[in-house]
Write a protein that binds this ligand. Structure first.
Ligand SMILES: Cc1ncc(C[n+]2csc(CCOP(=O)(O)OP(=O)(O)O)c2C)c(N)n1
Ligand SMILES: [Mg+2]
Length: 812
């Protein structure tokens, strides 16, 4: 629908009359697009900066990729207009996410990163001062607080670091925005907002765009409206002319996600400015998403090294004839008498001089500080030079009083006149009995960890599909009144008078989007425990990009630590190929510790140093108590690392999977290894086989050992923290049983699970003095059989191998 010249608006799919009327009025009122001379001059100055910045980079580094904005230089004034207008409406923090195109220009001219810091990124001789392997310049993030010249108000701008994967940063930006809103009590998005930039091909093609839009409608995920800007050059990658379509893709997206879309010709800077103003006003009026579609062209190839004429000769002949928008607009303003030619030229030479001077200064930079490119500073968490405040971790235990208090709240309904379901009453009653007996099961252990951290002022956010109740109906963190619709109670928020708030939220049916969101949430502050739970562990694979691109290498690429926790239900329980494996092998394969090098075990604080050096922590707890400790350790550590926990399903209700309060009291710790402590440990010389395992198979092994009466011959030691690998404790275990063969037992298939990770490390621990035998399922393509009977046969086979003391005779 065309209203003003060069503007098209689509919103008919929105079925809210007030919103439609509002849009009509903004575009149908005659003469709405009037600008003062001052506004026009500002617009021209912004176009000068945008254009001359790219020109400058091109002159100095003609053979470097920079993904320039040529053809869509209006992006800079467009963003600045959105920010000015939002600042005028009370916003003081803008969080942005964007792809490669124009990123350096946005850093320089919107965020106002010092130019010399940008220019020195082009100097390959600079040495990196920070730990980590770094990233290319057009991926780095940034955080900057300054005065907005137009409104004279303080404004903080942050651009989230991103990987090459287009649109992957979208949910991360939303999560960070939500967190910043949460921490400053901005419940309506009046102070903190997000702006997302997109390429047209990525916007239409990447499903994560839709997942992210969808989150904006959910109470615990909404950021109260995002302004989306599409750099619509109607071309995708380098070579395929079919990517250029006459009807623009972004409309298709907007229609699906029910957001108004304003198309605007990017050759008309005033129309662009008007549309951006309206978009910002829309957001502050309705707190809903809106899309600005900057219809432009791409003057160069995909990057500056690319020749577009190879594949799009005719289109590029036309493009080469186009006058740059700056020149066109300058001519218009000169003809209108708003500026004269010398003033315009003066504006250009002023900015060129700024660039030249910054370039000279950039040559003095000797060292590259990736630290300067952090998107979220954590004031006070580290020492001034960015180090942890200590290299120790206090006990993660609690006093009996605290355990009992949390236990009592967890097994009651802490408000009056509230009727819960009869089945739930029974669950709470059983919990109460556990508390009386001074024991916890999994759900209670989690309660204890969360409840105690809330007492210490740590905000907790647990998000994922059906997490409020728990997929396995074990958690019940939100009680629902059986008589009054939508009346709920979250007992975790009734624990202590001045506790931190607990957020538990059922997410949409998304993994990629939601995990990205939670990662972004965790980015904002180190003093929060942010957990994402997969409905079943294997579903994390649709969020693989967030794991591979952000969680695993995030610190190495962007220096920023992140303490996100992944809870991944895992275990072979005869439920078929799906729902069985959280794919531990994938997480372990991505750990950065060396399988072949034994670290110095004598080093003080060996365990903490190991944690400090790792890229993430991978655990599989066999007891609720250890689960409790590892959750608390996550916050009590003086630094942050992602934590991957393989969590149980059947063990949630296993009568032996219980922990006594005694193992959770002050002075107790997370056990990286749980050594054998039965008969075998009393006469270790007699032990014939020492079996190592992790997780649920431990219970199958002890049951089988008992049935076979082999408690003196076979020792079973649990590795609870798989990575970083507990070389020190395992060496002790091996030395304790000098006459034992060593075996690794897992219920997973041989090419899956932990075997490939554990075996070389165990061998390194013992200087390769003995073999490490394997008892487990054979290699397989699928994670588990679909047949229950086969499942049980396989299990019995692996247990037979584990306890057959002659099983490996023929191999040695
Ligand atoms: C998920 C993903 N797939 C593929 C690529 C490779 N790639 C880089 S840029 C690009 C084209 C992007 O087109 P568009 O979104 O229109 O942005 P433009 O370059 O035109 O600004 C592609 C396919 C990528 N970076 N990420
Ligand atoms: Mg494009």
């Amino acid at each position: 629908m065309a209203y003003c010249q060069h503007i098209g608006v689509e919103f008919m799919f929105i079925n809210d009359l007030e919103q439609c009327q509002w849009i009509r009025q903004k575009f149908e009122t005659p003469g709405v697009m009037q600008f003062t001379s001052e506004e026009k001059r500002t617009l021209l100055a912004r176009l000068v900066r945008s254009t001359r910045f790219e020109d400058f980079l091109q002159r100095k580094w003609s053979s470097e990729k920079r993904f320039g904005l040529e053809g869509c230089e209006v992006l800079i004034p467009a963003l600045k207009t959105i920010i000015d207008k939002s600042s005028e409406n009370g916003v003081d923090y803008v969080i942005m996410g964007m792809p490669h195109r124009g990123r350096l220009n946005v850093l320089a001219n919107v965020i106002r990163k010092e130019l010399e810091q940008i220019f020195c990124q082009f100097d390959s001789k600079l040495e990196a001062a920070d730990e980590g392997s770094g990233d290319v310049k057009y991926h780095l993030g940034m955080y900057h607080r300054r005065i907005n010249r137009v409104t004279d108000r303080n404004i903080t701008l942050s651009l989230v670091a991103n990987p090459s994967h287009l649109e992957a940063a979208d949910p991360v930006v939303m999560g960070k925005t939500k967190a910043e809103q949460f921490y400053c009590g901005d419940t309506e998005g009046k102070k903190v907002m997000s702006i997302l930039l997109h390429g047209d091909a990525a916007f239409a093609g990447q499903g994560i765009v839709y997942e992210t839009f969808h989150l904006s409608d959910l109470p615990s995920y909404t950021t109260h409206g995002t302004v989306h800007v599409v750099v619509n050059n109607q071309i995708g990658f380098t070579t395929d002319p079919r990517m250029a379509r006459s009807s623009p893709y972004p409309t298709d997206v907007a229609r699906v996600v029910n957001a108004p879309i304003f198309h605007v010709n990017s050759d008309d800077p005033e129309a662009v400015m008007y549309v951006c103003k309206v978009a910002a006003e829309w957001r502050s009026t309705f707190h809903k998403d809106v899309v600005v579609d900057l219809v432009c062209y791409r003057r160069n190839g995909h990057n500056e090294m690319d020749e577009p004429m190879f594949t799009q000769p005719l289109m590029y002949k036309q493009i080469r004839k186009q006058k740059p928008v700056l020149q066109k607009y300058a001519e218009l303003l000169v003809s209108q008498g708003v500026v004269n030619q010398p003033e315009y030229e003066e504006e250009i030479s002023k900015y060129d001089k700024i660039c030249e001077e910054a370039f000279t200064r950039s040559k003095d930079e000797k060292i590259l500080h990736i630290k300067h490119w952090l998107d979220s500073p954590w004031p006070g968490f580290f020492t001034l030079d960015g180090q942890p405040r200590s290299m120790t971790c206090p006990s993660t235990g609690l006093t009996e009083d605290i355990l009992t208090h949390i236990g009592n709240v967890a097994s009651s309904v802490p408000v009056e006149n509230f009727t819960i379901h009869g089945g739930l009453s029974r669950i709470l009653k059983t919990r109460g009995e556990l508390v009386k007996n001074r024991t916890v099961d999994w759900a209670l252990a989690e309660y204890m960890a969360f409840g105690s951290l809330l007492k210490e002022g740590i905000h907790i956010r647990l998000s994922g599909q059906d997490v409020e109740r728990g997929t396995f109906s074990h958690r019940h963190h939100v009680l629902h009144d059986q008589n009054v619709d939508k009346k709920t109670c979250i007992p975790m928020n009734h624990l202590w008078p001045n506790q931190a708030p607990y957020t538990v939220c059922n997410s949409s049916l998304s993994e990629y989007g939601v995990l990205g969101f939670e990662l972004g949430f965790a980015m904002a502050s180190p003093n929060a425990l942010v957990l994402w739970e997969a409905q079943f562990g294997d579903f994390h694979n649709t969020a693989q990009c967030i794991i591979d691109q952000f969680i695993c290498p995030g610190q190495a690429k962007w220096v920023r630590q992140n303490g996100i926790v992944l809870l991944l239900p895992h275990g072979m329980e005869g439920m078929g190929p799906e729902h069985s494996s959280a794919r531990p092998e994938r997480f372990l394969q991505m750990c950065n510790d060396d399988p072949d090098v034994l670290p110095n075990l004598e080093e003080a604080n060996f365990d903490i140093n190991q944690l400090y050096d790792c890229n993430w922590v991978v655990v599989n707890c066999s007891t609720p108590g250890n689960f409790f400790h590892v959750l608390r350790r996550q916050i009590l550590l003086p630094f942050r690392k992602p934590l991957i926990i393989f969590t149980p399903k059947s063990l949630l209700r296993h009568p032996e999977a219980r922990t006594s309060f005694d193992e959770m009291l002050s002075g107790t710790h997370f056990q990286r290894v749980i050594p054998e402590d039965g008969l075998a440990a009393q006469n270790p010389e007699n032990v014939k086989r020492l079996l190592f395992c992790t997780g649920k198979v431990y219970y199958d092994l002890t049951r089988e050992r008992k049935a076979r009466g082999m408690a003196e011959q076979v020792a079973i030691t649990r590795i609870e923290q798989l990575s970083p690998f507990p070389f020190d404790l395992l060496l002790r275990e091996v030395q304790k049983y000098p006459n034992a063969e060593l075996g690794w037992c897992q219920e997973e298939h041989k090419n899956q699970g932990y075997y490939d990770y554990v075996k070389p490390r165990l061998r390194t621990t013992i200087s390769r003095a003995k073999p490490v035998w394997y008892a487990g399922r054979d290699p397989a393509a699928a994670p588990a059989t679909g047949n229950k009977k086969t499942h049980l046969t396989e299990l019995q086979r692996l247990l037979d191998t584990a306890f057959d003391l002659d099983a490996f005779k023929n191999f040695s």
